[in-house]
Design a protein around this ligand. Structure first.
Ligand code: BES
Ligand code: ZN
Length: 443
C-alpha cells in the first residue's frame, strides 16, 4: 500500500461522529492526528477548542504579495446506522474493486486528505509552495458548523484570503472533472402534533377526538401541490430564475440526464416541479422534504391505539435569493395555519444555511478549471450542487472570498449511507489536483 493510502486508512479509523456526544473523544483524537500530520509536514499549526469539537488550522510561512488560498475541509463524519447494511466495518477501511470503503471515505476525509497530501508532495519536491496557504479543518460540518462562523469573525485577520477551495462535493461521472459554482441553502425544523393527554383505545375514543397521526398526514400533505410544487405561500417569492446559458450548458453534461437519475436512485419514477429536468430541480430549484415522520404503533401486527402525538422532521433546500430565516417564518405560519382542527402543533426551528452561487468563469474559476484539466486530462464541466455547505456563503460574508468547489465523490459513493466509498483513482487525482491548483492560483 502507498504511504498516501496508509495515511488515509489511519485517518478513516477514527469514528469522528460529530453528532454523537459519546464519540467526542474520538473526534478530538482525529483532530490531534490531523494536527500531527500537518505539523510533521513543516506547517505552522494550531488546534482551537470550541464549545464542541476542535478546529485545526495550518499554514506555510506567508510571503507578502503572494496570493493566499484557504483550503477548507471537515474531519467529522455522519453516524453509521443502520450498521447491519454495511458489508465491512465502517471504521476499518478496506479496498474492494478499486475503491476505499469506510465512513468518511468521500465525505470528507478522502477528499480533504488529498489536499493535505498534495501539499506534502509539493513541499517534498519543491521545498516550498508557490503561494500562501491556510488549511482550515473543522469537526462540526455534519451538525451545521455551529461554532465556525464565530471563529471566522474572531480570526478574520489571520484567515484573510483571496479565494477558498473545497473538495466536499461530487463529480457528475467517473473521469469527468467537475467544478461546482453553486450550493443550495437549507432550513430545518421539526413539528409535533399533540392531541389527547395520553394514548387512547381507538375503539372507545376514535371518532370523538382528532387523531394526531392522521392530522400529521394532512399537514404534511399540505406542503405540496399535487403537481409537485411547494404550496407554502410566498415560498418561490425570491427565487432567482435559472439563466438560459446554464440550462443550455446542463443539457450537455454526462451522467445527469433524467434517465441517469432514474438509474442511480432506483426509483420507479421521477417526480418533481413541472417544467424542469432532474438536474435543474436538484441544483437550482428549492424543495420541501420530509426527512422523518412518526407516531403511533410501529411494531409487529396491529394495535388499536389512537396515539397522543405525532412528529415530522422537515428540511427545505433553498436557492439564491431565498433567505433561510424568511422561509422558516413562512413554514411556521403555514404549519400553524394548516394544522387540522382538534390538535395543537408545535414547531421547533432547527439549523439553517444560506444558498450560494458564483461565476465559474471568474479569474479563480478559470484557474480551477485549468487545474481540473491537468489532474484529470479531460475538459471540466460546470454545475451547481444540490447539497449544502452553509459555511461557503459565510466565507463570502466574513472573509470576502469566493469558493471553488472541486468535487471528487461519485454519485454512487453512498455519502451519509451504508457502504460509503471513494475511488482510489479519485484520491490520486485529488492529490494531483491540489498540486495543479496551487500552481494555477499562484499565476
Ligand atoms: N459534503 C456534503 C455536502 C454535499 C455533498 C454538497 C454532495 C454537494 C454534493 C456535506 O458534508 C453535507 O452533508 N452537508 C449537509 C448540510 C449540513 C448543514 C447538515 C447537507 O447537505 O445535508
Ligand atoms: Zn456530509
Amino acid at each position: 500500500m502507498t504511504s498516501e493510502l496508509e495515511d488515509l486508512f489511519s485517518f478513516l479509523r477514527f469514528p469522528s461522529i460529530s453528532t454523537d456526544s459519546s464519540h467526542a473523544g474520538d473526534v478530538r483524537a482525529c483532530a490531534e492526528w490531523l494536527l500531527a500530520k500537518l505539523t510533521g509536514m513543516g506547517l505552522v499549526t494550531e488546534l482551537h477548542d470550541t464549545p464542541k469539537h476542535p478546529i485545526v488550522v495550518a499554514r506555510n510561512v506567508h510571503v507578502p504579495g503572494r496570493h493566499t488560498v484557504l483550503i477548507y475541509g471537515h474531519y467529522d463524519v455522519q453516524p453509521v446506522d443502520p450498521l447491519n447494511l454495511w458489508t465491512s466495518d465502517p471504521f476499518e477501511p478496506v479496498i474492494r474493486g478499486e475503491r476505499i470503503w469506510a465512513r468518511g471515505a468521500s465525505d470528507n476525509k478522502g477528499q480533504m486528505l488529498a489536499h493535505v497530501l498534495g501539499v506534502e508532495k509539493t513541499l517534498r519536491e519543491q521545498s516550498e509552495l508557490p503561494l500562501n496557504l491556510i488549511f482550515l479543518f473543522e469537526g462540526e460540518e455534519e451538525i451545521g458548523s455551529p461554532n465556525l462562523a464565530s471563529f471566522l469573525l474572531h480570526h478574520c485577520d489571520e484567515l484573510k484570503c483571496d479565494v477558498v477551495a473545497i473538495s466536499d462535493t461530487g463529480m457528475v461521472a467517473p473521469g469527468v472533472p467537475t467544478l461546482g459554482y453553486g450550493l443550495r441553502g437549507i432550513a430545518c425544523c421539526e413539528a409535533i402534533i399533540r392531541g389527547p393527554k395520553g394514548d387512547l383505545h381507538s375503539g372507545l375514543f376514535g371518532g370523538a377526538v382528532a387523531n394526531p397521526a392522521a392530522a400529521m398526514a394532512r399537514l404534511v400533505a399540505s406542503l405540496h401541490a399535487l403537481d409537485g410544487r411547494v404550496a407554502i405561500e410566498g415560498f418561490y417569492d425570491h427565487v432567482r430564475p435559472l439563466e438560459p446559458w446554464e440550462r443550455e450548458m446542463w443539457t450537455n453534461i454526462p451522467g445527469v440526464s433524467d434517465a441517469d437519475f432514474l438509474a442511480v436512485t432506483g426509483s420507479p419514477g421521477l417526480f418533481g416541479e413541472p417544467g424542469y429536468s432532474s438536474a435543474e430541480r436538484t441544483w437550482a430549484r428549492p424543495t420541501a422534504e420530509v426527512n422523518g415522520i412518526g407516531g403511533g404503533y410501529q411494531g409487529e401486527g396491529s394495535k388499536t391505539v389512537l396515539p397522543a402525538e405525532a412528529f415530522v422532521k422537515l428540511s427545505f433546500r433553498l436557492v439564491p435569493d431565498q433567505s433561510p430565516k424568511d422561509i422558516m417564518a413562512k413554514v411556521q405560519s403555514h404549519l400553524e395555519w394548516h394544522s387540522p382542527p382538534g390538535v395543537e402543533v408545535e414547531v421547533r426551528v432547527g439549523h439553517d444555511g444560506k444558498p450560494y452561487v458564483t461565476d465559474p468563469n471568474s479569474k479563480y474559476g478559470l484557474a480551477a478549471q485549468a487545474a481540473l484539466r491537468v489532474a484529470f486530462e479531460a475538459e471540466p464541466v460546470l454545475i451547481r450542487e444540490g447539497g449544502s455547505i452553509p459555511i461557503v456563503q459565510t466565507f463570502r460574508d466574513i472573509l470576502g472570498a469566493d469558493t471553488l468547489l472541486l468535487g471528487l465523490a461519485l454519485c454512487d459513493s453512498q455519502v451519509h449511507a451504508p457502504n460509503e466509498n471513494f475511488p482510489i483513482e479519485n484520491f490520486e487525482a485529488g492529490i494531483r489536483l491540489n498540486q495543479a491548483l496551487l500552481i494555477e492560483l499562484a499565476r
